[in-house]
Design a protein around this ligand. Structure first.
Ligand code: HEM
Length: 501
């Protein structure tokens, strides 16, 4: 049965990545008391962009941590209905080990969101069509925040969105196609590995997920929503559905060692006479990603880049490249979305169906020393320039990684832990993700299957480290309205401890 999504209640970030709004800034804030928190939400509420309405020159979104929801007055009995990973936070010591946030990525070294900081309340995401529009909207926001005495923990700038991430590869190509969204994007025909439609409930709470079920979310007795601000539980329990039309938002500041990455690729491919081999350097880097700098997938063009295939997403692995001779088994894109490679029946629809339960809707933006370095790289020019020449060592660059999911554990944490940072992924032995994986305590090898023999690259440095992060909840707009009026109703209504399930 076709699902109809309530686009006027869903924040627009779920429906679009705002390619037409290439300028973005993310403000992370913490408030002193409930009154400040409410003053901010009341101001933000009419400015939040729903999926069904989009003016064209800017968009604004707001998401909250569990501490932020508490500050707004949401009772503990309701908070208990959110997923434990969200409630416990990204920096819980067990979670840090699970996510690979150890060594240099340990939250104690983070520039924001670390355990030594006061808890974060929330995140405001601003997108705009030009630097001027962004500046004007940000100034308005900053003035309001200042006047309300709210602390901006950090304001994260981003690079103008283009095609390439800082290592120089075309990014933002492969995204899940969400059932029920009016404009289904994607280059691949329906029914093919790249053209699969994933149920909306994988990315928006309150709709059926891959199991045909509604993912757990906070529900409250209808009596706790006397003004009927919230939608009702679609399962028919009569409960008020605080989670519906919302989703979890994972944010991680991932610093990229661009110089180190290209230096390693260059040194590992130096010819026996000591001269550099730029083509081999680019080819090794492409093996790590699974796509060439233009975005062309290695399974389709294993030996050289072909920019005409740059946006292609219509491929599987099992039938064309089961041994990883074209795209290594441990390459970044083969780990984070193994497509049709999964047991128990690889190469079949059943395999793709298992994979559907681990998809991520990515909404990240790059950050760094300015558009200059990336513009100099162009689309395919890493082969021509000396490794690491374009980024000064002191200028940090990387990705403000953002992904949207309905289940933190089954989607983001599973991909990060069981696929990306797993040294024994797909029968490998000591390989984590060559591009972004942790090397602590294992995982510093990259295996490139080949004939007659495979090639193993050893002592891979860690090219990406975590510099900040948090789990947020991106509520539906009705839920924001409910939170906005919360203190009044919390006083008048009796929240029961059985409010959640
Ligand atoms: C600085 C860190 C990262 C860089 C530079 C990076 C880079 C890339 C590139 C170049 C692609 C291929 C283009 C595309 O399909 O969009 C890609 C795809 C992808 N990445 Fe990453 N990535 C990073 C971190 C992560 C993390 C931490 C995750 C998940 C936890 C992730 C998940 C994905 C997914 C799901 C895809 C799509 C794969 C597909 O569907 O074929 N990435 N990434």
């Amino acid at each position: 049965m076709a699902i109809k999504l309530d686009l006027d209640d869903i924040q627009g970030l779920i429906a679009r990545g705002y390619r037409t709004l290439p300028h973005a800034r993310f403000t992370i804030f913490t408030t002193q008391d409930t009154a400040d928190a409410h003053a901010l939400l009341s101001w933000l509420l009419p400015r939040v962009t729903p999926a069904g309405r989009f003016s064209g020159d800017s968009a604004l979104h707001v998401a909250y941590t569990a501490a932020g929801l508490r500050r707004l007055g949401l009772p503990e009995s309701v908070i208990a209905g959110f997923q434990p990973q969200y409630r416990g936070g990204m920096t819980d010591p067990n979670r840090s080990r699970f996510l690979g946030d150890v060594g240099e990525s340990d939250p104690h070294h983070w520039v924001w969101g670390g355990p030594q900081e006061p808890p974060l309340d929330g995140l405001i995401l601003l997108y705009a069509s030009s630097p001027e529009v962004l500046g004007a909207r940000q100034a308005e926001l900053a003035a309001h925040i200042d006047a309300a005495g709210i602390r901006q923990v950090t304001v994260l700038d981003t690079l103008e969105a283009g095609n390439n991430e800082p290592f120089g590869f075309h990014d933002g190509i492969s995204q899940p196609i969400i059932g029920g969204l009016p404009k289904v994007s994607g280059t691949a025909p329906a029914g093919t590995p790249g053209g699969r439609v994933v149920p909306a409930g994988e990315f928006v709470l309150g709709y059926p997920n891959v199991y045909g079920q509604l993912t757990d979310r906070p529900l409250l007795p209808a009596a706790d929503d006397p003004r009927h601000l919230l939608p009702r539980d679609p399962a028919g329990s009569g409960a008020a559905d605080l989670g519906r039309n919302g989703c979890y938002l994972v944010m991680r500041q991932l610093e990229q060692d661009v110089g180190g990455f290209w230096r390693y690729a260059g040194e590992a491919t130096t010819r026996p006479d000591g001269s550099e081999d730029p083509d081999a350097r680019t080819a090794l880097a492409a093996k790590m990603v699974g796509r060439w700098p233009s975005g062309a997938p290695l399974v389709e063009t294993p030996d050289r880049d072909n920019p005409r295939l740059g946006g292609d997403n219509d491929f599987g692995y099992y039938h064309t490249d089961p041994l990883g001779l074209a795209c290594p088994l441990g390459a970044h894109i083969r780990r984070v979305n193994p497509r049709d490679s999964l047991d128990p029946q690889p190469g079949t629809d059943a395999s793709l169906a298992v994979n559907d339960g681990h998809r991520l809707l990515r909404r990240g933006r790059s950050y760094g020393p300015g558009a200059g370095a990336l513009a100099a790289a162009g689309n395919n020019s890493h082969a021509e320039r000396p490794a690491g020449a374009d980024v000064a060592p002191e200028s940090e660059t990387g990705l403000h990684f953002i992904c949207l999911v309905a289940s933190l554990i089954r989607q983001f944490e599973f991909v990060q832990h069981t696929w990306l940072n797993n040294p024994t992924f797909h029968g490998l032995y000591d390989d984590t993700d060559p591009l972004v994986g942790s090397r602590d305590p294992r995982g510093a090898t990259f295996t490139v299957p080949g004939r007659p023999v495979r090639r193993r690259y050893r002592d891979l440095p860690q090219f990406v480290r975590t510099r900040g992060g948090a789990y947020f909840f991106l509520p539906g707009i009705s839920a924001l309205r409910y939170l906005d009026q919360l203190p009044a109703d919390t006083r008048s209504a009796s929240f029961s401890s059985s409010a959640t399930r």
